[in-house]
Structure formats: C-alpha cells, structure tokens
Design a protein around this ligand. Structure first.
Ligand SMILES: [Zn+2]
Length: 189
C-alpha cells in the first residue's frame, strides 16, 4: 500500500467535484456518494458545510476520489473528465488564465496555483517550448486515480488558453516506481 504524503488540500477542490457529480448524476449521484463515503468513515455533509479554503487531509481527498469513481461505476475516464471541468469552475483560475494566453504563460503560474490548492508537493516546469511542455509534480505521493484527475485538470487549464488540441500524458509516475510524476503536454497553436 502506497504511503500517502501528509498534507492538505482545500475543501473547494472536493466541492467542485460535488458540483460536477450533481450536474452529471443529480441528487441520486450525491446520495450514492454519501453512502459510499459513509462506508469509508467520511461525512459528505461535513465536506459540504466547509468553507472552500478550509483544509481537508490528503488521504481524505484520495478516498473521496475513490468514492467518486464508484459513483461513475468505475469508469476512470469520468474522473479524468471531472478533472478537466474543475479549472473552468474556479473563478480564481479563470482570472489567472485569460483565454488569450499561451499555455507556456499559464504554466508560469502553475506552481502558485498548486500551492493555493495543496499544502504538499510542488509543480516544477522542466521544459516549455512553443508546442510542448513537461511538468513535474515532486514530493507528492497519492493514488494513481489522483494522477489521472490531475492530467484531466491540466487539460482543463489548457482549455482556458489559446492552445488547440492540447493533450496531457503522465509519462512518469511515483505509483509506477519513478521518483516523481511527470506530465507531458502537446498542443497546436
Ligand atoms: Zn503519478
């Protein structure tokens, strides 16, 4: 069993997922999530009542995402899609990433945006050229499902820029024996 990094994420991260589940699966989806979370010893009403900047332990965020996967009947692509929608729901990110900007410029804000959402780990730009970039997520060990969610979320940020056909692939992963996770980006301009 992987040891999850100690630390926190903002409750707003989970609340954004809740909005997505409500949009896609309605109250029935939320009820199912509530039931699955209860079985994990996690209270959905507690999460709903938090302020968006409150801290949620990282292990709980991982369990929460596992529960979301159950709501989507084990379809991992739905978790990726949920990640992709998340940046569009964030006013802060929308302000930081006006539509006309290049992905490279958006990347220069990545580490700050990361720190605003997660107390552990750091995003480091390894490469950034006109149609390609490489981003490392260091000192952050969670679950593969989280990595998939992030790959979706990074595409979601790309959607807010002028990049076309942006693709993000996790090319190294702590869950697959690497020292950190690495995400490769390709896009057209
Ligand atoms: Zn990974």
């Amino acid at each position: 069993m992987t040891e999850i990094t100690e630390g926190f994420c903002r409750a707003g991260v989970l609340q954004t997922d809740l909005e997505y589940i409500k949009k896609k699966k309605g109250n029935e989806g939320l009820n199912k999530l509530d039931k699955v979370l209860k079985g994990m010893g996690i209270s959905l009403p507690n999460i709903q009542s938090m302020r968006s900047r409150d801290n949620v332990p990282l292990w709980m965020r991982c369990k929460f995402l596992d529960a979301c996967l159950e709501v989507f009947d084990g379809n991992i692509e739905k978790i990726r899609e949920m990640g992709r929608e998340a940046p569009k729901a964030s006013m802060l990110i929308k302000m930081l990433y006006p539509f006309h900007l290049s992905p490279n410029y958006a990347l220069t804000h990545a580490s700050r945006v990361w720190r605003d959402h997660y107390s552990a780990g750091e995003l480091v730009i390894l490469e950034s050229s006109s149609c390609h970039a490489l981003l490392a997520l260091k000192n952050f060990r969670t679950t593969k499902l989280m990595c998939i969610f992030f790959a979706g979320a990074f595409v979601g940020v790309g959607d807010l820029t002028k990049a076309k056909n942006l693709v993000c692939t996790e090319v190294k992963c702590v869950n697959e024996g690497h020292e950190w996770c690495e995400y490769a980006f390709k896009w057209d301009i």
